[in-house]
Design a protein around this ligand. Structure first.
Ligand code: ADP
Length: 626
Protein backbone atom coordinates (compact mmCIF):
# COMPACT_ATOMS: atom_id res chain seq x y z
CA UNK A 1 0.00 0.00 0.00
CA UNK A 2 1.41 3.31 -1.05
CA UNK A 3 1.57 6.11 1.41
CA UNK A 4 0.30 9.43 0.08
CA UNK A 5 1.51 12.81 1.19
CA UNK A 6 -0.82 15.51 2.42
CA UNK A 7 -1.30 18.57 0.26
CA UNK A 8 1.09 21.35 1.20
CA UNK A 9 -1.24 23.61 3.17
CA UNK A 10 -2.70 20.65 5.05
CA UNK A 11 0.72 19.62 6.12
CA UNK A 12 1.41 23.03 7.57
CA UNK A 13 -1.74 22.98 9.63
CA UNK A 14 -0.98 19.47 10.75
CA UNK A 15 2.46 20.53 11.90
CA UNK A 16 0.90 23.37 13.83
CA UNK A 17 -1.62 21.03 15.43
CA UNK A 18 0.74 18.30 16.33
CA UNK A 19 3.50 20.47 17.66
CA UNK A 20 1.51 22.98 19.61
CA UNK A 21 1.48 22.48 23.31
CA UNK A 22 -2.01 23.54 23.50
CA UNK A 23 -4.40 23.70 26.41
CA UNK A 24 -7.66 23.52 24.56
CA UNK A 25 -7.07 20.35 22.63
CA UNK A 26 -10.41 19.06 23.91
CA UNK A 27 -12.05 20.77 20.95
CA UNK A 28 -11.07 17.79 18.77
CA UNK A 29 -14.25 16.15 20.01
CA UNK A 30 -16.41 19.09 19.04
CA UNK A 31 -14.93 19.08 15.56
CA UNK A 32 -15.46 15.38 14.99
CA UNK A 33 -19.00 15.50 16.35
CA UNK A 34 -19.82 18.46 14.12
CA UNK A 35 -18.50 16.57 11.12
CA UNK A 36 -20.61 13.57 12.10
CA UNK A 37 -23.64 15.80 12.45
CA UNK A 38 -23.01 17.44 9.08
CA UNK A 39 -22.65 14.04 7.47
CA UNK A 40 -25.92 12.93 9.05
CA UNK A 41 -27.60 16.14 7.86
CA UNK A 42 -26.45 15.37 4.35
CA UNK A 43 -27.78 11.84 4.52
CA UNK A 44 -31.09 12.99 6.00
CA UNK A 45 -31.49 15.66 3.39
CA UNK A 46 -30.58 13.38 0.48
CA UNK A 47 -32.81 10.62 1.74
CA UNK A 48 -35.76 13.01 2.00
CA UNK A 49 -35.07 14.28 -1.48
CA UNK A 50 -35.14 10.69 -2.75
CA UNK A 51 -38.53 10.28 -1.12
CA UNK A 52 -37.28 8.15 1.74
CA UNK A 53 -39.16 9.59 4.67
CA UNK A 54 -38.86 6.52 6.82
CA UNK A 55 -35.64 7.63 8.50
CA UNK A 56 -35.78 7.81 12.22
CA UNK A 57 -33.74 10.48 13.91
CA UNK A 58 -32.88 8.13 16.74
CA UNK A 59 -31.36 5.65 14.32
CA UNK A 60 -29.12 8.49 13.16
CA UNK A 61 -27.40 8.81 16.50
CA UNK A 62 -23.74 9.70 16.84
CA UNK A 63 -21.99 7.23 19.08
CA UNK A 64 -18.92 7.67 21.21
CA UNK A 65 -17.03 4.68 22.53
CA UNK A 66 -14.21 4.84 25.04
CA UNK A 67 -11.82 1.93 25.33
CA UNK A 68 -9.47 2.30 28.27
CA UNK A 69 -7.37 -0.77 27.57
CA UNK A 70 -6.69 0.10 23.91
CA UNK A 71 -6.63 3.81 24.75
CA UNK A 72 -8.97 4.58 21.89
CA UNK A 73 -11.94 6.84 21.35
CA UNK A 74 -14.31 5.93 18.56
CA UNK A 75 -16.80 8.38 17.12
CA UNK A 76 -19.25 6.89 14.69
CA UNK A 77 -22.13 8.18 12.69
CA UNK A 78 -24.71 6.78 10.28
CA UNK A 79 -24.27 9.67 7.90
CA UNK A 80 -23.48 9.97 4.25
CA UNK A 81 -20.04 8.37 4.50
CA UNK A 82 -17.36 8.92 1.88
CA UNK A 83 -16.28 7.12 -1.25
CA UNK A 84 -12.66 6.77 -2.29
CA UNK A 85 -12.54 10.09 -4.11
CA UNK A 86 -14.20 11.97 -1.30
CA UNK A 87 -11.80 10.49 1.22
CA UNK A 88 -8.88 11.70 -0.88
CA UNK A 89 -10.32 15.15 -1.40
CA UNK A 90 -11.74 15.74 2.04
CA UNK A 91 -9.08 14.33 4.30
CA UNK A 92 -6.02 14.86 2.11
CA UNK A 93 -6.52 18.57 1.72
CA UNK A 94 -8.22 21.51 3.31
CA UNK A 95 -11.39 22.49 1.61
CA UNK A 96 -13.05 24.68 4.08
CA UNK A 97 -12.78 28.40 4.21
CA UNK A 98 -12.82 28.26 8.00
CA UNK A 99 -9.63 26.27 7.95
CA UNK A 100 -8.16 28.62 5.41
CA UNK A 101 -9.10 31.65 7.43
CA UNK A 102 -7.47 30.04 10.39
CA UNK A 103 -4.33 29.45 8.43
CA UNK A 104 -4.08 33.02 7.21
CA UNK A 105 -4.87 34.41 10.60
CA UNK A 106 -2.11 32.33 12.09
CA UNK A 107 0.41 33.52 9.65
CA UNK A 108 -0.08 36.90 11.20
CA UNK A 109 -0.15 35.84 14.83
CA UNK A 110 1.96 33.67 17.03
CA UNK A 111 -0.75 33.42 19.60
CA UNK A 112 -1.35 29.72 19.57
CA UNK A 113 -4.33 30.01 21.93
CA UNK A 114 -6.31 31.23 19.01
CA UNK A 115 -6.28 27.89 17.24
CA UNK A 116 -8.90 26.36 19.44
CA UNK A 117 -11.33 29.15 18.86
CA UNK A 118 -11.54 28.35 15.21
CA UNK A 119 -13.23 25.51 13.47
CA UNK A 120 -10.08 23.58 12.88
CA UNK A 121 -11.83 20.53 11.54
CA UNK A 122 -10.82 16.96 11.20
CA UNK A 123 -7.12 17.63 11.64
CA UNK A 124 -7.63 18.54 15.27
CA UNK A 125 -7.82 14.78 15.87
CA UNK A 126 -4.04 14.80 15.63
CA UNK A 127 -3.74 17.05 18.63
CA UNK A 128 -4.58 14.09 20.83
CA UNK A 129 -3.92 11.08 18.62
CA UNK A 130 -0.82 9.32 17.41
CA UNK A 131 -2.84 7.40 14.88
CA UNK A 132 -6.23 8.09 13.31
CA UNK A 133 -8.33 5.57 11.41
CA UNK A 134 -11.38 6.53 9.40
CA UNK A 135 -13.59 3.65 8.35
CA UNK A 136 -16.32 4.82 6.06
CA UNK A 137 -18.96 3.52 3.71
CA UNK A 138 -20.92 5.88 1.50
CA UNK A 139 -24.70 5.91 1.58
CA UNK A 140 -25.89 3.69 -1.25
CA UNK A 141 -22.38 2.28 -1.89
CA UNK A 142 -21.12 -1.30 -1.56
CA UNK A 143 -17.51 -0.83 -0.66
CA UNK A 144 -16.10 0.49 2.60
CA UNK A 145 -12.67 2.16 2.95
CA UNK A 146 -10.17 2.60 5.69
CA UNK A 147 -8.11 5.81 5.75
CA UNK A 148 -5.25 5.73 8.18
CA UNK A 149 -2.63 8.24 9.19
CA UNK A 150 -0.07 8.87 11.87
CA UNK A 151 0.07 12.57 11.14
CA UNK A 152 2.39 14.61 9.03
CA UNK A 153 3.93 11.60 7.29
CA UNK A 154 0.90 11.05 5.05
CA UNK A 155 -1.93 8.59 4.87
CA UNK A 156 -3.04 5.31 3.33
CA UNK A 157 -6.41 4.23 1.99
CA UNK A 158 -7.49 0.59 1.64
CA UNK A 159 -10.71 -1.29 1.19
CA UNK A 160 -12.24 -2.85 4.29
CA UNK A 161 -15.37 -4.32 5.79
CA UNK A 162 -18.22 -2.28 7.22
CA UNK A 163 -21.87 -3.34 7.41
CA UNK A 164 -23.73 -0.06 7.44
CA UNK A 165 -23.25 3.30 5.79
CA UNK A 166 -21.59 6.06 7.76
CA UNK A 167 -18.23 6.80 9.24
CA UNK A 168 -16.30 5.52 12.21
CA UNK A 169 -13.32 7.47 13.41
CA UNK A 170 -10.91 5.70 15.74
CA UNK A 171 -8.43 7.83 17.61
CA UNK A 172 -5.40 6.11 19.15
CA UNK A 173 -4.51 8.52 21.91
CA UNK A 174 -1.01 9.88 22.24
CA UNK A 175 1.15 8.66 25.10
CA UNK A 176 0.90 10.79 28.21
CA UNK A 177 3.68 13.25 28.79
CA UNK A 178 4.74 15.33 31.76
CA UNK A 179 2.56 18.19 30.56
CA UNK A 180 -0.32 16.36 28.98
CA UNK A 181 -2.51 13.61 30.30
CA UNK A 182 -4.38 12.29 27.29
CA UNK A 183 -6.02 9.61 29.43
CA UNK A 184 -8.52 12.18 30.60
CA UNK A 185 -10.28 11.74 27.28
CA UNK A 186 -11.01 8.17 28.30
CA UNK A 187 -12.87 9.43 31.32
CA UNK A 188 -16.65 9.30 30.85
CA UNK A 189 -17.28 12.30 33.02
CA UNK A 190 -14.77 14.43 31.14
CA UNK A 191 -16.12 13.40 27.74
CA UNK A 192 -19.69 14.08 28.87
CA UNK A 193 -18.77 17.57 29.97
CA UNK A 194 -16.96 18.35 26.71
CA UNK A 195 -19.96 17.22 24.69
CA UNK A 196 -22.30 19.31 26.83
CA UNK A 197 -20.06 22.32 26.56
CA UNK A 198 -19.56 22.37 22.81
CA UNK A 199 -22.10 20.12 21.17
CA UNK A 200 -25.26 20.38 23.22
CA UNK A 201 -27.30 21.81 20.34
CA UNK A 202 -26.39 19.08 17.86
CA UNK A 203 -29.74 17.84 16.64
CA UNK A 204 -28.91 14.15 16.67
CA UNK A 205 -28.51 12.19 19.86
CA UNK A 206 -24.89 11.82 20.89
CA UNK A 207 -24.80 8.56 22.77
CA UNK A 208 -22.26 6.90 24.98
CA UNK A 209 -22.20 3.94 27.33
CA UNK A 210 -21.98 5.37 30.80
CA UNK A 211 -21.34 3.48 33.97
CA UNK A 212 -24.01 4.15 36.60
CA UNK A 213 -24.77 2.88 40.05
CA UNK A 214 -27.99 1.76 41.64
CA UNK A 215 -28.99 0.16 44.94
CA UNK A 216 -28.78 -3.61 44.72
CA UNK A 217 -32.18 -5.23 44.93
CA UNK A 218 -32.84 -6.95 48.24
CA UNK A 219 -29.47 -5.99 49.67
CA UNK A 220 -29.70 -2.95 51.86
CA UNK A 221 -26.91 -0.42 51.50
CA UNK A 222 -25.30 -2.34 48.64
CA UNK A 223 -24.84 -0.75 45.23
CA UNK A 224 -24.27 -2.31 41.86
CA UNK A 225 -22.94 -0.71 38.74
CA UNK A 226 -24.60 -1.02 35.37
CA UNK A 227 -24.09 0.42 31.94
CA UNK A 228 -26.56 2.80 30.37
CA UNK A 229 -26.44 4.04 26.82
CA UNK A 230 -27.00 7.69 27.64
CA UNK A 231 -27.84 10.58 25.34
CA UNK A 232 -25.41 13.29 26.32
CA UNK A 233 -26.82 16.31 24.52
CA UNK A 234 -30.13 18.10 24.93
CA UNK A 235 -30.53 18.39 21.15
CA UNK A 236 -32.84 21.37 21.15
CA UNK A 237 -31.12 23.85 18.86
CA UNK A 238 -30.04 26.84 20.85
CA UNK A 239 -32.08 29.18 18.68
CA UNK A 240 -35.25 27.32 19.54
CA UNK A 241 -34.73 27.97 23.21
CA UNK A 242 -36.10 31.14 24.72
CA UNK A 243 -33.62 33.85 25.59
CA UNK A 244 -34.45 33.43 29.28
CA UNK A 245 -33.04 29.89 29.11
CA UNK A 246 -29.74 31.10 27.70
CA UNK A 247 -26.78 32.81 29.25
CA UNK A 248 -24.40 35.23 27.59
CA UNK A 249 -21.85 32.43 27.53
CA UNK A 250 -24.24 30.19 25.63
CA UNK A 251 -24.63 32.79 22.93
CA UNK A 252 -20.93 33.58 22.82
CA UNK A 253 -19.84 29.96 22.62
CA UNK A 254 -22.37 29.15 19.98
CA UNK A 255 -21.36 32.11 17.87
CA UNK A 256 -17.64 31.50 18.10
CA UNK A 257 -17.95 27.85 17.33
CA UNK A 258 -20.40 28.20 14.51
CA UNK A 259 -18.95 31.21 12.75
CA UNK A 260 -15.28 30.64 13.39
CA UNK A 261 -14.68 33.85 15.26
CA UNK A 262 -12.37 34.10 18.23
CA UNK A 263 -14.03 37.12 19.73
CA UNK A 264 -17.43 37.36 21.32
CA UNK A 265 -20.05 39.06 19.19
CA UNK A 266 -20.75 42.72 19.81
CA UNK A 267 -24.46 42.15 19.72
CA UNK A 268 -26.89 39.25 19.63
CA UNK A 269 -30.35 39.56 18.13
CA UNK A 270 -32.44 36.54 19.01
CA UNK A 271 -36.16 36.31 18.58
CA UNK A 272 -38.96 34.21 17.26
CA UNK A 273 -41.48 35.82 14.99
CA UNK A 274 -45.00 34.77 14.21
CA UNK A 275 -47.18 36.35 11.57
CA UNK A 276 -47.12 36.43 7.79
CA UNK A 277 -43.91 34.45 8.15
CA UNK A 278 -43.06 32.33 11.15
CA UNK A 279 -39.41 31.85 12.02
CA UNK A 280 -36.72 31.87 14.67
CA UNK A 281 -33.66 33.95 14.12
CA UNK A 282 -30.39 34.34 15.86
CA UNK A 283 -28.25 37.10 14.45
CA UNK A 284 -24.84 38.31 15.53
CA UNK A 285 -22.92 41.47 14.89
CA UNK A 286 -19.22 40.60 15.06
CA UNK A 287 -16.88 42.70 17.20
CA UNK A 288 -14.42 42.97 14.37
CA UNK A 289 -14.65 42.96 10.62
CA UNK A 290 -13.35 39.64 9.25
CA UNK A 291 -9.96 40.02 7.59
CA UNK A 292 -11.51 39.70 4.15
CA UNK A 293 -14.63 41.74 4.86
CA UNK A 294 -13.92 44.57 2.47
CA UNK A 295 -12.80 42.29 -0.35
CA UNK A 296 -14.56 40.38 -3.05
CA UNK A 297 -13.80 37.13 -1.26
CA UNK A 298 -16.18 37.91 1.57
CA UNK A 299 -19.47 36.10 1.15
CA UNK A 300 -22.49 37.48 2.91
CA UNK A 301 -25.41 35.36 4.00
CA UNK A 302 -27.24 33.67 6.82
CA UNK A 303 -27.69 30.00 7.45
CA UNK A 304 -31.12 28.91 6.49
CA UNK A 305 -32.84 26.06 8.30
CA UNK A 306 -36.16 24.51 7.60
CA UNK A 307 -37.51 23.15 10.81
CA UNK A 308 -34.09 22.53 12.28
CA UNK A 309 -32.53 21.06 9.13
CA UNK A 310 -29.94 23.11 7.34
CA UNK A 311 -30.96 23.89 3.77
CA UNK A 312 -28.46 26.56 2.88
CA UNK A 313 -25.22 27.61 4.47
CA UNK A 314 -25.00 31.15 3.13
CA UNK A 315 -28.33 32.40 1.99
CA UNK A 316 -27.40 35.78 0.58
CA UNK A 317 -30.96 36.77 -0.24
CA UNK A 318 -31.65 37.12 3.45
CA UNK A 319 -29.27 40.03 3.89
CA UNK A 320 -29.02 43.33 2.05
CA UNK A 321 -25.48 44.38 1.13
CA UNK A 322 -25.44 47.21 3.62
CA UNK A 323 -25.90 44.71 6.45
CA UNK A 324 -23.64 42.05 4.99
CA UNK A 325 -21.60 41.97 8.21
CA UNK A 326 -24.40 40.23 10.10
CA UNK A 327 -23.82 36.53 10.79
CA UNK A 328 -26.38 34.10 12.04
CA UNK A 329 -29.26 31.91 11.05
CA UNK A 330 -32.93 31.79 10.31
CA UNK A 331 -35.04 28.72 10.95
CA UNK A 332 -38.50 28.67 9.44
CA UNK A 333 -41.07 25.93 9.22
CA UNK A 334 -42.64 27.68 6.26
CA UNK A 335 -39.85 26.69 3.90
CA UNK A 336 -39.87 23.40 2.11
CA UNK A 337 -36.89 21.13 2.64
CA UNK A 338 -36.19 20.32 -0.96
CA UNK A 339 -36.49 23.83 -2.20
CA UNK A 340 -33.85 24.69 -4.77
CA UNK A 341 -31.64 27.73 -4.80
CA UNK A 342 -33.45 29.14 -7.82
CA UNK A 343 -36.83 28.69 -6.22
CA UNK A 344 -35.61 30.20 -3.00
CA UNK A 345 -34.92 33.47 -4.75
CA UNK A 346 -38.55 33.81 -5.67
CA UNK A 347 -39.91 32.51 -2.42
CA UNK A 348 -42.43 34.90 -0.97
CA UNK A 349 -41.80 33.81 2.59
CA UNK A 350 -38.13 34.42 2.19
CA UNK A 351 -38.78 37.93 0.89
CA UNK A 352 -40.99 38.72 3.87
CA UNK A 353 -38.36 37.36 6.22
CA UNK A 354 -35.55 39.37 4.64
CA UNK A 355 -37.57 42.59 4.78
CA UNK A 356 -38.30 41.94 8.44
CA UNK A 357 -34.66 41.19 9.16
CA UNK A 358 -33.54 44.43 7.57
CA UNK A 359 -35.94 46.43 9.73
CA UNK A 360 -34.98 44.50 12.82
CA UNK A 361 -31.25 44.97 12.28
CA UNK A 362 -31.73 48.68 11.73
CA UNK A 363 -33.84 49.11 14.86
CA UNK A 364 -31.39 47.11 16.97
CA UNK A 365 -28.53 49.23 15.70
CA UNK A 366 -30.45 52.40 16.51
CA UNK A 367 -31.07 51.11 20.02
CA UNK A 368 -27.41 50.39 20.42
CA UNK A 369 -26.55 53.87 19.16
CA UNK A 370 -28.85 55.37 21.77
CA UNK A 371 -28.18 53.16 24.75
CA UNK A 372 -24.74 51.70 24.25
CA UNK A 373 -22.74 54.36 22.47
CA UNK A 374 -19.35 52.87 23.20
CA UNK A 375 -20.21 49.63 21.46
CA UNK A 376 -21.96 51.45 18.66
CA UNK A 377 -18.79 53.38 17.96
CA UNK A 378 -16.88 50.15 17.93
CA UNK A 379 -19.41 48.76 15.51
CA UNK A 380 -19.20 51.85 13.34
CA UNK A 381 -15.43 51.79 13.19
CA UNK A 382 -15.62 48.27 11.81
CA UNK A 383 -18.66 48.39 9.59
CA UNK A 384 -19.52 52.08 9.13
CA UNK A 385 -17.80 52.05 5.77
CA UNK A 386 -20.20 49.40 4.55
CA UNK A 387 -23.19 51.45 5.70
CA UNK A 388 -21.83 54.47 3.86
CA UNK A 389 -21.30 52.41 0.70
CA UNK A 390 -24.88 51.25 1.14
CA UNK A 391 -26.07 54.83 1.31
CA UNK A 392 -24.26 55.73 -1.86
CA UNK A 393 -25.02 52.64 -3.93
CA UNK A 394 -28.11 52.23 -6.12
CA UNK A 395 -28.44 56.00 -6.43
CA UNK A 396 -29.26 56.42 -2.77
CA UNK A 397 -32.13 53.94 -2.79
CA UNK A 398 -31.57 53.09 0.86
CA UNK A 399 -30.82 56.52 2.21
CA UNK A 400 -33.93 56.76 4.34
CA UNK A 401 -33.01 53.53 6.05
CA UNK A 402 -29.34 54.26 6.55
CA UNK A 403 -28.92 57.98 7.12
CA UNK A 404 -29.44 57.78 10.87
CA UNK A 405 -26.86 55.06 11.26
CA UNK A 406 -23.92 57.04 9.93
CA UNK A 407 -21.57 59.17 11.99
CA UNK A 408 -18.79 61.62 11.29
CA UNK A 409 -16.12 63.21 13.40
CA UNK A 410 -17.27 66.58 14.70
CA UNK A 411 -15.04 69.65 14.96
CA UNK A 412 -16.74 70.73 18.17
CA UNK A 413 -17.37 67.44 19.95
CA UNK A 414 -14.10 65.95 18.79
CA UNK A 415 -15.75 62.55 18.43
CA UNK A 416 -18.17 60.77 16.13
CA UNK A 417 -21.63 62.34 15.99
CA UNK A 418 -24.82 61.47 14.14
CA UNK A 419 -26.57 63.77 11.69
CA UNK A 420 -29.48 63.97 14.08
CA UNK A 421 -27.17 65.23 16.82
CA UNK A 422 -25.63 67.77 14.48
CA UNK A 423 -28.95 69.16 13.28
CA UNK A 424 -30.46 69.27 16.76
CA UNK A 425 -27.80 71.73 17.94
CA UNK A 426 -27.47 73.89 14.85
CA UNK A 427 -27.44 77.63 15.48
CA UNK A 428 -30.67 79.42 14.77
CA UNK A 429 -29.27 81.37 11.84
CA UNK A 430 -27.28 78.39 10.50
CA UNK A 431 -28.44 77.38 7.05
CA UNK A 432 -26.20 74.46 6.27
CA UNK A 433 -24.72 71.27 7.64
CA UNK A 434 -21.03 72.07 7.11
CA UNK A 435 -18.56 69.38 6.20
CA UNK A 436 -15.01 69.15 5.02
CA UNK A 437 -13.21 66.23 3.49
CA UNK A 438 -9.60 65.29 3.82
CA UNK A 439 -7.23 62.43 4.36
CA UNK A 440 -7.26 62.44 8.13
CA UNK A 441 -8.58 64.42 11.07
CA UNK A 442 -5.19 65.96 11.74
CA UNK A 443 -4.79 67.05 8.13
CA UNK A 444 -8.25 68.56 8.08
CA UNK A 445 -7.52 70.44 11.31
CA UNK A 446 -4.71 72.21 9.47
CA UNK A 447 -6.79 73.37 6.53
CA UNK A 448 -7.04 77.17 6.35
CA UNK A 449 -10.74 76.99 5.51
CA UNK A 450 -11.59 75.48 8.88
CA UNK A 451 -10.34 78.42 10.93
CA UNK A 452 -13.12 80.87 10.29
CA UNK A 453 -15.89 78.34 10.92
CA UNK A 454 -14.23 77.33 14.14
CA UNK A 455 -13.94 80.94 15.10
CA UNK A 456 -17.62 81.46 14.54
CA UNK A 457 -18.30 78.25 16.51
CA UNK A 458 -20.00 76.41 13.70
CA UNK A 459 -19.80 72.64 13.96
CA UNK A 460 -18.09 70.99 10.97
CA UNK A 461 -18.22 67.31 10.08
CA UNK A 462 -14.89 65.81 9.04
CA UNK A 463 -15.15 63.33 6.18
CA UNK A 464 -12.10 61.10 6.06
CA UNK A 465 -13.18 58.01 4.11
CA UNK A 466 -13.11 57.99 0.32
CA UNK A 467 -16.78 57.19 0.08
CA UNK A 468 -17.93 59.90 2.52
CA UNK A 469 -18.36 62.80 0.20
CA UNK A 470 -20.10 60.64 -2.39
CA UNK A 471 -22.54 59.45 0.25
CA UNK A 472 -23.19 62.97 1.48
CA UNK A 473 -23.89 64.16 -2.04
CA UNK A 474 -26.39 61.38 -2.58
CA UNK A 475 -28.09 62.38 0.66
CA UNK A 476 -28.15 66.05 -0.43
CA UNK A 477 -29.85 67.09 2.77
CA UNK A 478 -30.86 65.80 6.15
CA UNK A 479 -34.03 66.98 7.86
CA UNK A 480 -34.30 69.67 5.19
CA UNK A 481 -30.87 71.04 5.99
CA UNK A 482 -28.58 71.12 3.01
CA UNK A 483 -25.03 69.79 3.24
CA UNK A 484 -22.34 72.31 2.40
CA UNK A 485 -18.66 71.67 1.84
CA UNK A 486 -16.57 74.38 3.46
CA UNK A 487 -14.41 74.39 0.31
CA UNK A 488 -17.25 75.17 -1.98
CA UNK A 489 -19.28 78.18 -3.12
CA UNK A 490 -20.77 80.60 -0.68
CA UNK A 491 -20.85 79.43 2.90
CA UNK A 492 -23.48 81.95 3.92
CA UNK A 493 -21.35 83.19 6.80
CA UNK A 494 -21.24 86.94 6.10
CA UNK A 495 -23.61 89.64 7.15
CA UNK A 496 -25.22 91.86 4.49
CA UNK A 497 -22.69 94.53 5.38
CA UNK A 498 -19.74 92.21 4.83
CA UNK A 499 -21.20 90.96 1.57
CA UNK A 500 -21.33 94.49 0.20
CA UNK A 501 -17.79 95.15 1.26
CA UNK A 502 -16.52 92.03 -0.45
CA UNK A 503 -18.41 92.83 -3.63
CA UNK A 504 -16.89 96.29 -3.70
CA UNK A 505 -13.36 95.06 -3.05
CA UNK A 506 -13.71 92.45 -5.76
CA UNK A 507 -14.90 95.04 -8.23
CA UNK A 508 -12.08 97.43 -7.32
CA UNK A 509 -9.45 94.75 -7.84
CA UNK A 510 -10.80 93.18 -10.97
CA UNK A 511 -7.56 93.74 -12.84
CA UNK A 512 -5.52 92.01 -10.15
CA UNK A 513 -7.68 88.90 -10.23
CA UNK A 514 -7.64 88.75 -14.01
CA UNK A 515 -3.86 89.09 -14.06
CA UNK A 516 -3.46 86.37 -11.46
CA UNK A 517 -5.81 84.05 -13.33
CA UNK A 518 -4.03 84.61 -16.62
CA UNK A 519 -0.67 83.95 -15.02
CA UNK A 520 -1.95 80.55 -13.97
CA UNK A 521 -2.60 79.59 -17.55
CA UNK A 522 -5.98 77.90 -17.24
CA UNK A 523 -5.09 75.91 -14.12
CA UNK A 524 -7.83 77.62 -12.15
CA UNK A 525 -11.31 78.60 -13.15
CA UNK A 526 -11.07 81.82 -11.27
CA UNK A 527 -9.06 83.79 -8.72
CA UNK A 528 -11.25 85.55 -6.20
CA UNK A 529 -11.48 87.19 -2.83
CA UNK A 530 -12.00 84.65 -0.11
CA UNK A 531 -14.92 84.63 2.30
CA UNK A 532 -13.69 81.61 4.18
CA UNK A 533 -10.20 82.52 5.33
CA UNK A 534 -9.19 84.06 8.62
CA UNK A 535 -5.40 84.21 9.02
CA UNK A 536 -4.09 82.19 6.08
CA UNK A 537 -3.24 83.92 2.79
CA UNK A 538 -4.70 81.47 0.26
CA UNK A 539 -6.78 78.40 -0.22
CA UNK A 540 -8.38 76.41 -3.00
CA UNK A 541 -12.11 76.08 -3.34
CA UNK A 542 -14.15 74.56 -6.12
CA UNK A 543 -17.06 75.42 -8.30
CA UNK A 544 -19.25 72.62 -9.57
CA UNK A 545 -19.95 69.02 -8.68
CA UNK A 546 -16.49 67.53 -8.22
CA UNK A 547 -14.60 68.39 -5.06
CA UNK A 548 -10.86 68.13 -4.68
CA UNK A 549 -11.15 65.02 -2.49
CA UNK A 550 -13.47 63.46 -5.06
CA UNK A 551 -10.98 64.26 -7.78
CA UNK A 552 -8.33 62.39 -5.81
CA UNK A 553 -10.58 59.35 -5.28
CA UNK A 554 -11.84 59.23 -8.85
CA UNK A 555 -8.35 59.49 -10.28
CA UNK A 556 -7.15 56.59 -8.15
CA UNK A 557 -9.65 54.35 -9.87
CA UNK A 558 -8.46 52.26 -12.78
CA UNK A 559 -9.89 54.20 -15.69
CA UNK A 560 -8.40 56.72 -17.99
CA UNK A 561 -10.84 59.50 -17.33
CA UNK A 562 -8.99 62.48 -16.10
CA UNK A 563 -11.61 63.98 -13.86
CA UNK A 564 -10.75 67.42 -12.56
CA UNK A 565 -12.38 69.62 -9.98
CA UNK A 566 -12.96 73.19 -11.17
CA UNK A 567 -10.48 74.88 -8.87
CA UNK A 568 -10.73 78.43 -7.64
CA UNK A 569 -7.77 80.18 -6.01
CA UNK A 570 -9.03 82.27 -3.12
CA UNK A 571 -7.03 85.13 -1.60
CA UNK A 572 -7.51 86.53 1.86
CA UNK A 573 -8.05 90.30 1.64
CA UNK A 574 -7.09 90.65 5.30
CA UNK A 575 -3.67 89.15 4.81
CA UNK A 576 -0.69 91.51 4.22
CA UNK A 577 0.13 89.63 1.01
CA UNK A 578 -3.05 91.00 -0.52
CA UNK A 579 -1.90 94.63 -0.35
CA UNK A 580 1.43 93.60 -1.74
CA UNK A 581 -0.29 92.02 -4.71
CA UNK A 582 -2.46 95.08 -5.20
CA UNK A 583 0.66 97.24 -5.39
CA UNK A 584 2.35 94.96 -7.85
CA UNK A 585 -0.41 95.47 -10.40
CA UNK A 586 1.02 98.90 -11.07
CA UNK A 587 4.67 98.37 -10.19
CA UNK A 588 5.82 94.94 -11.26
CA UNK A 589 3.58 92.70 -13.34
CA UNK A 590 6.38 90.15 -13.91
CA UNK A 591 6.81 89.63 -10.18
CA UNK A 592 3.05 89.32 -9.83
CA UNK A 593 3.16 86.38 -12.24
CA UNK A 594 5.76 84.66 -10.12
CA UNK A 595 3.75 85.34 -6.94
CA UNK A 596 0.66 83.86 -8.58
CA UNK A 597 2.60 80.62 -9.22
CA UNK A 598 3.91 80.49 -5.67
CA UNK A 599 0.55 81.16 -4.05
CA UNK A 600 -1.17 78.60 -6.27
CA UNK A 601 1.48 75.99 -5.45
CA UNK A 602 1.02 76.68 -1.76
CA UNK A 603 -2.71 76.24 -2.06
CA UNK A 604 -2.17 72.91 -3.84
CA UNK A 605 0.22 71.70 -1.15
CA UNK A 606 -2.22 72.65 1.60
CA UNK A 607 -4.89 70.53 -0.09
CA UNK A 608 -2.52 67.59 -0.25
CA UNK A 609 -2.19 67.82 -4.03
CA UNK A 610 1.12 67.61 -5.79
CA UNK A 611 2.58 70.53 -7.69
CA UNK A 612 3.37 70.09 -11.33
CA UNK A 613 6.85 71.56 -11.21
CA UNK A 614 8.32 71.39 -7.71
CA UNK A 615 11.73 72.57 -8.94
CA UNK A 616 10.32 75.77 -10.41
CA UNK A 617 8.42 76.35 -7.17
CA UNK A 618 11.53 75.82 -5.07
CA UNK A 619 13.53 78.17 -7.30
CA UNK A 620 10.86 80.86 -7.11
CA UNK A 621 10.83 80.67 -3.29
CA UNK A 622 14.64 80.82 -3.13
CA UNK A 623 14.59 83.85 -5.35
CA UNK A 624 12.53 85.59 -2.70
CA UNK A 625 14.88 84.46 0.04
CA UNK A 626 18.11 85.79 -1.40
P1 ADP B 1 -15.12 20.81 7.42
O1 ADP B 1 -15.90 19.84 8.21
O2 ADP B 1 -15.11 22.14 8.06
O3 ADP B 1 -15.47 20.89 5.98
P2 ADP B 1 -12.98 19.04 8.01
O4 ADP B 1 -11.50 19.11 7.83
O5 ADP B 1 -13.44 18.78 9.40
O6 ADP B 1 -13.58 20.36 7.46
O7 ADP B 1 -13.55 17.92 7.12
C1 ADP B 1 -13.32 17.90 5.74
C2 ADP B 1 -14.39 17.17 4.99
O8 ADP B 1 -14.37 15.78 5.25
C3 ADP B 1 -15.80 17.58 5.35
O9 ADP B 1 -16.21 18.74 4.65
C4 ADP B 1 -16.60 16.36 4.92
O10 ADP B 1 -16.92 16.42 3.55
C5 ADP B 1 -15.66 15.24 5.16
N1 ADP B 1 -15.96 14.56 6.43
C6 ADP B 1 -15.37 14.78 7.62
N2 ADP B 1 -15.92 13.97 8.56
C7 ADP B 1 -16.89 13.26 7.95
C8 ADP B 1 -17.83 12.26 8.37
N3 ADP B 1 -17.89 11.87 9.64
N4 ADP B 1 -18.65 11.73 7.44
C9 ADP B 1 -18.60 12.14 6.14
N5 ADP B 1 -17.76 13.08 5.68
C10 ADP B 1 -16.90 13.63 6.57
Amino acid sequence: MKKKAFKAESKRILDLMINSIYTHNEIFLRELISNASDATDKLYYNALKDGNTGLNRDSLAINIKLNKSDRTITISDSGCGMNMEELENNLGTIARSGSLAFKQENEKRDDIEIIGQFGVGFYSAFMVSKNVKVITKPYGGDVAYCWESEGAEGYTISECEKDTNGTEIILYLKDNTEDENYDEYLDEYKVKSIVKKYSDYIRYPIKMDVEKHRPKEGEDGEYESYIENETLNSMVPIWRKSSSQLTEDDYNNFYKEKFYDYENPLKVIHSSVEGTATYNMMLFIPSKAPYNYYTKEYEKGLQLYSNGVLIMDKCSDLLPDHFSFVRGLVDSQDLSLNISREMLQHDRQLKIISTNLEKKIKSELMLMQKNDRENYEKFFKNFGLQIKYGLYSNFGMHKELLQDLIMFHSSIENKLVTLEEYVSRMKEEQKYIYYVSGESISKIEQLPQIELLKDKEYEVLYLTDDVDEFAIRILMNYKEKEFKSISEGNLGLESEEEKKEIAKKSEDNKELFTLLKDSLDGKVKEVRLSTRLKSHPVCLSVDGEISIEMEKVLNQMPNDQNIRAQKVLEINANHPIFNKLVNMVDTDKEKLKSYAQILYSQALLIEGLSIEDPVAYSNAVCELMI
